[in-house]
Design a protein around this ligand. Structure first.
Ligand SMILES: NC(=O)C1=CN([C@@H]2O[C@H](COP(=O)(O)OP(=O)(O)OC[C@H]3O[C@@H](n4cnc5c(N)ncnc54)[C@H](O)[C@@H]3O)[C@@H](O)[C@H]2O)C=CC1
Ligand SMILES: O=C(O)[C@@H]1CCC=N1
Length: 275
Protein backbone atom coordinates (compact mmCIF):
# COMPACT_ATOMS: atom_id res chain seq x y z
CA UNK A 1 0.00 0.00 0.00
CA UNK A 2 1.43 3.38 -0.97
CA UNK A 3 0.95 5.34 2.21
CA UNK A 4 1.81 8.95 1.51
CA UNK A 5 4.04 8.73 4.57
CA UNK A 6 1.50 8.04 7.34
CA UNK A 7 0.46 4.43 6.91
CA UNK A 8 -2.92 4.97 5.26
CA UNK A 9 -4.24 4.32 1.78
CA UNK A 10 -3.90 6.48 -1.31
CA UNK A 11 -7.35 7.10 -2.75
CA UNK A 12 -8.62 8.59 -5.96
CA UNK A 13 -12.27 9.59 -5.50
CA UNK A 14 -14.19 10.14 -8.72
CA UNK A 15 -17.38 12.02 -7.86
CA UNK A 16 -17.60 13.83 -4.52
CA UNK A 17 -21.36 14.35 -4.28
CA UNK A 18 -23.74 13.17 -1.57
CA UNK A 19 -22.44 9.60 -1.29
CA UNK A 20 -18.77 10.03 -2.28
CA UNK A 21 -18.53 13.09 -0.03
CA UNK A 22 -20.12 11.31 2.96
CA UNK A 23 -17.77 8.35 2.58
CA UNK A 24 -14.74 10.61 2.21
CA UNK A 25 -15.66 12.41 5.45
CA UNK A 26 -15.69 9.02 7.18
CA UNK A 27 -12.32 8.01 5.72
CA UNK A 28 -10.73 11.26 6.80
CA UNK A 29 -12.25 11.03 10.30
CA UNK A 30 -11.03 7.45 10.73
CA UNK A 31 -7.59 8.34 9.36
CA UNK A 32 -7.72 5.39 6.99
CA UNK A 33 -6.64 7.56 4.06
CA UNK A 34 -3.19 9.07 3.89
CA UNK A 35 -3.86 10.94 0.70
CA UNK A 36 -6.98 11.55 -1.34
CA UNK A 37 -7.14 13.06 -4.80
CA UNK A 38 -10.67 14.10 -5.73
CA UNK A 39 -11.97 14.38 -9.28
CA UNK A 40 -15.25 16.27 -8.95
CA UNK A 41 -16.92 18.02 -11.86
CA UNK A 42 -18.17 20.84 -9.61
CA UNK A 43 -14.79 21.30 -7.94
CA UNK A 44 -13.62 20.34 -4.46
CA UNK A 45 -16.36 20.93 -1.84
CA UNK A 46 -15.58 23.94 0.40
CA UNK A 47 -15.50 21.68 3.47
CA UNK A 48 -12.38 19.97 2.08
CA UNK A 49 -10.49 23.09 1.09
CA UNK A 50 -7.36 23.39 3.18
CA UNK A 51 -7.34 19.74 4.25
CA UNK A 52 -3.68 18.75 3.84
CA UNK A 53 -4.59 15.16 2.89
CA UNK A 54 -6.93 16.16 0.07
CA UNK A 55 -6.26 17.71 -3.32
CA UNK A 56 -8.27 18.17 -6.48
CA UNK A 57 -7.59 16.99 -10.01
CA UNK A 58 -9.57 17.57 -13.18
CA UNK A 59 -9.21 13.95 -14.32
CA UNK A 60 -6.89 10.96 -14.40
CA UNK A 61 -4.50 12.83 -16.70
CA UNK A 62 -4.10 15.56 -14.07
CA UNK A 63 -2.94 13.50 -11.06
CA UNK A 64 -0.07 14.78 -8.91
CA UNK A 65 3.35 13.53 -10.07
CA UNK A 66 4.09 10.08 -8.66
CA UNK A 67 0.56 9.59 -7.26
CA UNK A 68 -0.52 5.97 -7.68
CA UNK A 69 -3.86 5.23 -6.01
CA UNK A 70 -4.38 2.02 -4.06
CA UNK A 71 -8.10 2.46 -4.66
CA UNK A 72 -10.05 4.35 -7.31
CA UNK A 73 -13.52 4.96 -5.84
CA UNK A 74 -16.12 5.40 -8.58
CA UNK A 75 -18.92 7.52 -7.11
CA UNK A 76 -20.53 9.23 -10.08
CA UNK A 77 -24.10 8.58 -11.19
CA UNK A 78 -24.56 5.42 -13.28
CA UNK A 79 -25.85 7.57 -16.14
CA UNK A 80 -22.50 9.42 -16.47
CA UNK A 81 -20.27 6.38 -15.97
CA UNK A 82 -20.05 5.64 -19.72
CA UNK A 83 -18.50 9.03 -20.36
CA UNK A 84 -16.21 9.08 -17.33
CA UNK A 85 -14.83 5.55 -17.15
CA UNK A 86 -12.63 5.04 -20.26
CA UNK A 87 -10.16 7.74 -19.16
CA UNK A 88 -9.35 5.69 -16.05
CA UNK A 89 -8.15 2.63 -17.98
CA UNK A 90 -4.54 3.83 -17.65
CA UNK A 91 -4.84 3.34 -13.86
CA UNK A 92 -5.85 -0.33 -14.18
CA UNK A 93 -2.72 -2.03 -12.88
CA UNK A 94 -2.11 -4.82 -10.35
CA UNK A 95 -1.61 -2.45 -7.38
CA UNK A 96 -4.86 -0.56 -7.89
CA UNK A 97 -8.41 -1.72 -7.21
CA UNK A 98 -11.52 0.04 -8.55
CA UNK A 99 -14.30 0.31 -5.95
CA UNK A 100 -17.65 1.23 -7.49
CA UNK A 101 -20.65 2.36 -5.49
CA UNK A 102 -22.80 2.98 -8.58
CA UNK A 103 -26.27 1.47 -8.69
CA UNK A 104 -26.76 -1.20 -11.31
CA UNK A 105 -23.35 -1.09 -12.96
CA UNK A 106 -22.01 -4.65 -13.08
CA UNK A 107 -18.47 -5.91 -12.72
CA UNK A 108 -18.65 -6.99 -16.39
CA UNK A 109 -19.60 -3.43 -17.33
CA UNK A 110 -16.42 -2.06 -15.67
CA UNK A 111 -14.20 -4.75 -17.17
CA UNK A 112 -15.07 -3.40 -20.65
CA UNK A 113 -13.61 0.13 -20.52
CA UNK A 114 -11.06 -0.72 -17.79
CA UNK A 115 -9.89 -3.99 -19.38
CA UNK A 116 -10.33 -7.56 -18.16
CA UNK A 117 -7.22 -7.36 -15.98
CA UNK A 118 -8.69 -4.64 -13.78
CA UNK A 119 -9.39 -5.49 -10.14
CA UNK A 120 -12.97 -4.37 -9.48
CA UNK A 121 -15.19 -4.36 -6.38
CA UNK A 122 -18.86 -3.56 -6.93
CA UNK A 123 -20.54 -2.30 -3.81
CA UNK A 124 -23.77 -0.73 -2.62
CA UNK A 125 -23.60 1.51 0.48
CA UNK A 126 -26.36 3.76 1.85
CA UNK A 127 -26.62 7.30 3.19
CA UNK A 128 -26.38 6.49 6.92
CA UNK A 129 -22.68 6.13 6.01
CA UNK A 130 -22.65 9.89 6.64
CA UNK A 131 -22.85 9.15 10.39
CA UNK A 132 -20.82 5.92 10.36
CA UNK A 133 -24.02 3.82 10.33
CA UNK A 134 -24.06 2.75 6.68
CA UNK A 135 -24.73 -0.74 5.42
CA UNK A 136 -22.68 -1.84 2.42
CA UNK A 137 -22.79 -5.07 0.45
CA UNK A 138 -19.77 -5.77 -1.78
CA UNK A 139 -18.64 -8.32 -4.33
CA UNK A 140 -15.12 -8.60 -5.82
CA UNK A 141 -14.03 -9.86 -9.23
CA UNK A 142 -11.39 -12.58 -9.56
CA UNK A 143 -8.58 -10.02 -9.96
CA UNK A 144 -9.04 -8.54 -6.49
CA UNK A 145 -6.31 -9.75 -4.13
CA UNK A 146 -6.84 -10.59 -0.46
CA UNK A 147 -4.99 -7.43 0.50
CA UNK A 148 -7.25 -5.35 -1.78
CA UNK A 149 -10.35 -7.02 -0.31
CA UNK A 150 -9.06 -6.17 3.15
CA UNK A 151 -8.40 -2.57 2.14
CA UNK A 152 -11.85 -2.12 0.57
CA UNK A 153 -13.41 -3.77 3.61
CA UNK A 154 -11.61 -1.32 5.89
CA UNK A 155 -12.77 1.64 3.78
CA UNK A 156 -16.38 0.48 3.80
CA UNK A 157 -16.26 -0.51 7.48
CA UNK A 158 -15.04 3.00 8.33
CA UNK A 159 -18.55 4.20 7.43
CA UNK A 160 -20.65 1.32 8.79
CA UNK A 161 -21.26 -2.40 8.48
CA UNK A 162 -20.17 -4.53 5.50
CA UNK A 163 -21.33 -7.82 4.02
CA UNK A 164 -19.27 -9.50 1.28
CA UNK A 165 -21.16 -11.78 -1.07
CA UNK A 166 -20.16 -14.05 -3.95
CA UNK A 167 -23.33 -13.83 -6.05
CA UNK A 168 -23.27 -10.50 -7.87
CA UNK A 169 -26.91 -10.90 -8.97
CA UNK A 170 -27.97 -10.19 -5.38
CA UNK A 171 -26.65 -6.62 -5.68
CA UNK A 172 -29.86 -5.56 -7.46
CA UNK A 173 -32.22 -6.54 -4.60
CA UNK A 174 -29.60 -5.33 -2.11
CA UNK A 175 -29.76 -1.92 -3.79
CA UNK A 176 -33.54 -2.03 -3.53
CA UNK A 177 -33.59 -2.94 0.18
CA UNK A 178 -30.64 -1.15 1.81
CA UNK A 179 -29.30 1.22 -0.87
CA UNK A 180 -32.64 2.90 -1.47
CA UNK A 181 -34.11 1.85 1.88
CA UNK A 182 -33.39 5.02 3.87
CA UNK A 183 -35.80 6.85 1.52
CA UNK A 184 -38.64 4.51 2.48
CA UNK A 185 -38.02 5.22 6.16
CA UNK A 186 -37.95 8.98 5.58
CA UNK A 187 -41.22 8.67 3.64
CA UNK A 188 -42.69 6.90 6.67
CA UNK A 189 -41.70 9.90 8.82
CA UNK A 190 -43.33 12.29 6.35
CA UNK A 191 -46.50 10.17 6.25
CA UNK A 192 -46.69 9.86 10.07
CA UNK A 193 -46.30 13.62 10.45
CA UNK A 194 -49.04 14.32 7.89
CA UNK A 195 -51.31 11.80 9.61
CA UNK A 196 -50.62 13.45 12.97
CA UNK A 197 -51.62 16.82 11.50
CA UNK A 198 -54.79 15.26 10.10
CA UNK A 199 -55.59 14.11 13.65
CA UNK A 200 -55.22 17.65 15.00
CA UNK A 201 -51.55 18.07 15.94
CA UNK A 202 -49.71 21.28 15.04
CA UNK A 203 -47.37 20.59 12.05
CA UNK A 204 -44.13 21.21 13.94
CA UNK A 205 -45.11 18.97 16.84
CA UNK A 206 -46.32 16.24 14.46
CA UNK A 207 -42.98 16.25 12.61
CA UNK A 208 -41.00 16.32 15.86
CA UNK A 209 -42.92 13.28 17.13
CA UNK A 210 -42.59 11.37 13.86
CA UNK A 211 -38.87 12.08 13.59
CA UNK A 212 -38.11 11.18 17.22
CA UNK A 213 -40.24 8.05 17.05
CA UNK A 214 -38.64 6.64 13.89
CA UNK A 215 -35.10 7.47 14.97
CA UNK A 216 -35.71 6.22 18.52
CA UNK A 217 -37.34 3.01 17.31
CA UNK A 218 -34.42 2.53 14.89
CA UNK A 219 -31.90 2.92 17.68
CA UNK A 220 -33.90 0.55 19.91
CA UNK A 221 -33.83 -2.01 17.09
CA UNK A 222 -30.11 -1.42 16.70
CA UNK A 223 -29.33 -1.97 20.36
CA UNK A 224 -31.85 -4.67 21.23
CA UNK A 225 -31.20 -8.40 20.77
CA UNK A 226 -34.93 -8.84 20.09
CA UNK A 227 -36.44 -9.41 16.65
CA UNK A 228 -38.36 -6.55 15.03
CA UNK A 229 -41.61 -8.53 15.37
CA UNK A 230 -41.03 -8.96 19.12
CA UNK A 231 -40.31 -5.24 19.57
CA UNK A 232 -43.56 -4.54 17.69
CA UNK A 233 -45.48 -6.92 19.96
CA UNK A 234 -43.99 -5.19 23.04
CA UNK A 235 -45.69 -1.92 21.97
CA UNK A 236 -49.01 -3.61 21.31
CA UNK A 237 -51.27 -3.92 24.34
CA UNK A 238 -54.23 -6.28 23.85
CA UNK A 239 -57.17 -4.25 22.59
CA UNK A 240 -55.16 -1.03 23.05
CA UNK A 241 -54.33 1.90 20.77
CA UNK A 242 -51.50 0.22 18.83
CA UNK A 243 -53.70 -2.77 18.13
CA UNK A 244 -56.31 -0.41 16.68
CA UNK A 245 -53.71 1.10 14.32
CA UNK A 246 -52.15 -2.24 13.39
CA UNK A 247 -55.58 -3.63 12.56
CA UNK A 248 -55.66 -0.96 9.85
CA UNK A 249 -52.01 -1.31 8.74
CA UNK A 250 -52.17 -5.10 8.63
CA UNK A 251 -55.69 -5.46 7.21
CA UNK A 252 -55.63 -8.01 4.42
CA UNK A 253 -51.96 -8.34 3.47
CA UNK A 254 -51.35 -4.85 4.85
CA UNK A 255 -48.16 -3.00 3.96
CA UNK A 256 -46.43 -6.11 2.64
CA UNK A 257 -47.67 -6.03 -0.99
CA UNK A 258 -46.85 -2.33 -1.32
CA UNK A 259 -43.31 -2.81 -0.01
CA UNK A 260 -42.81 -5.96 -2.06
CA UNK A 261 -43.89 -4.10 -5.20
CA UNK A 262 -41.70 -1.11 -4.35
CA UNK A 263 -38.63 -3.26 -3.80
CA UNK A 264 -39.33 -5.25 -6.96
CA UNK A 265 -39.54 -1.94 -8.90
CA UNK A 266 -36.21 -0.76 -7.48
CA UNK A 267 -34.64 -4.15 -8.26
CA UNK A 268 -35.86 -3.90 -11.87
CA UNK A 269 -34.49 -0.36 -12.15
CA UNK A 270 -31.10 -1.49 -10.82
CA UNK A 271 -30.99 -4.16 -13.55
CA UNK A 272 -31.93 -1.56 -16.20
CA UNK A 273 -29.07 0.71 -15.05
CA UNK A 274 -26.59 -2.07 -15.81
CA UNK A 275 -26.52 -1.30 -19.53
N1 LIG B 1 -27.43 8.76 -2.82
C1 LIG B 1 -27.55 7.53 -2.37
O1 LIG B 1 -28.36 7.23 -1.46
C2 LIG B 1 -26.70 6.43 -2.90
C3 LIG B 1 -26.01 6.58 -4.09
N2 LIG B 1 -25.26 5.54 -4.58
C4 LIG B 1 -24.53 5.69 -5.83
O2 LIG B 1 -23.55 6.67 -5.62
C5 LIG B 1 -23.28 7.33 -6.84
C6 LIG B 1 -23.31 8.83 -6.59
O3 LIG B 1 -24.61 9.16 -6.18
P1 LIG B 1 -24.87 10.51 -5.37
O4 LIG B 1 -23.70 10.81 -4.51
O5 LIG B 1 -26.22 10.39 -4.78
O6 LIG B 1 -24.92 11.55 -6.58
P2 LIG B 1 -24.41 13.06 -6.60
O7 LIG B 1 -24.99 13.66 -7.84
O8 LIG B 1 -24.65 13.70 -5.29
O9 LIG B 1 -22.83 12.88 -6.79
C7 LIG B 1 -22.23 12.57 -8.00
C8 LIG B 1 -21.12 13.59 -8.22
O10 LIG B 1 -20.39 13.24 -9.38
C9 LIG B 1 -19.98 14.45 -10.00
N3 LIG B 1 -19.60 14.15 -11.38
C10 LIG B 1 -20.40 14.01 -12.46
N4 LIG B 1 -19.66 13.67 -13.54
C11 LIG B 1 -18.38 13.55 -13.11
C12 LIG B 1 -17.16 13.19 -13.74
N5 LIG B 1 -17.11 12.86 -15.04
N6 LIG B 1 -16.04 13.17 -13.00
C13 LIG B 1 -16.08 13.50 -11.69
N7 LIG B 1 -17.21 13.85 -11.03
C14 LIG B 1 -18.34 13.87 -11.75
C15 LIG B 1 -21.15 15.38 -9.84
O11 LIG B 1 -20.77 16.75 -9.97
C16 LIG B 1 -21.63 15.02 -8.44
O12 LIG B 1 -21.09 15.85 -7.45
C17 LIG B 1 -24.31 6.87 -7.84
O13 LIG B 1 -23.72 5.98 -8.74
C18 LIG B 1 -25.37 6.19 -7.00
O14 LIG B 1 -25.97 5.11 -7.69
C19 LIG B 1 -25.10 4.37 -3.88
C20 LIG B 1 -25.74 4.19 -2.71
C21 LIG B 1 -26.62 5.17 -2.13
O1 LIG C 1 -31.64 6.04 -6.17
C1 LIG C 1 -30.57 5.60 -6.58
O2 LIG C 1 -30.47 5.21 -7.76
C2 LIG C 1 -29.39 5.52 -5.66
C3 LIG C 1 -28.90 4.10 -5.49
C4 LIG C 1 -29.35 3.67 -4.14
C5 LIG C 1 -29.79 4.91 -3.52
N1 LIG C 1 -29.77 5.91 -4.33
Amino acid sequence: MSDGGNGGASLLLVGCGKMGGAMLDGWLASRIASRVVVVEKSGLPDSLAGNPLVSAATGPEDLPAGFVPDVVVLAVKPQVMDGALPAYRALARPGTVFLSIAAGKTIGYFEGPLGGEAAVVRSMPNTPAAIGRGMTVAVPNARVTQAQTALCDALLRAVGDVAWIADEALLDPVTAVSGSGPAYVFLLVEAMAKAGEASGLPADLAMRLARATVSGAGELLNRSPQEAADLRKAVTSPNGTTQAALDVLMAGDGLQPVLTAAIAAATRRSKELAG
